[in-house]
Design a protein around this ligand. Structure first.
Ligand code: FES
Length: 121
């Protein structure tokens, strides 16, 4: 499973990554957590976090263009749903991890699965 947003919150560790005012509407934040390279998006005041690695050939995907809640891999053009990590077009055929986000006070937190350091592909 790559959409960790479907995990029960008790199966995630939520980690502070930024203040809400550090990631304004339309902005992105890149960071590393537990050997995961993650990109966080603020889209219309909602936060989404996905693995910053394309499942096709491992390219960083976080700088890709966004169209209709899909991010387009800058290397070969595969598209992924930002909310779920679901692959939407070739040449990629596998989903990428999507992580739950939550706001506590003015802090943005990302949920990392407690057991795995990286999903098996
Ligand atoms: S590395 Fe992303 S589409 Fe090829």
């Amino acid at each position: 499973m790559f959409n960790y947003k479907q995990l029960e919150p008790s199966k995630c560790r939520f980690i502070d990554v930024a203040n809400t005012d550090e990631v304004g509407n339309g902005q992105r934040l890149f960071f590393e957590l537990d050997n995961h390279s993650i990109v966080l998006f603020n889209i219309g005041g909602e936060y989404f976090a996905i693995e910053n690695e394309c499942s096709h050939d491992g390219a960083p995907i976080g700088d890709g263009e966004i169209e209709d809640m899909a991010i387009i891999c800058p290397r070969h053009g595969a598209r992924f749903d930002i909310a779920t990590g679901k692959v939407l077009s070739l040449p990629a055929v596998e989903d990428i991890p999507a992580y739950p986000t939550r706001i506590v006070g003015n802090r943005i937190q990302i949920g990392i699965p407690k057991k795995s350091s990286k999903p098996n592909r």
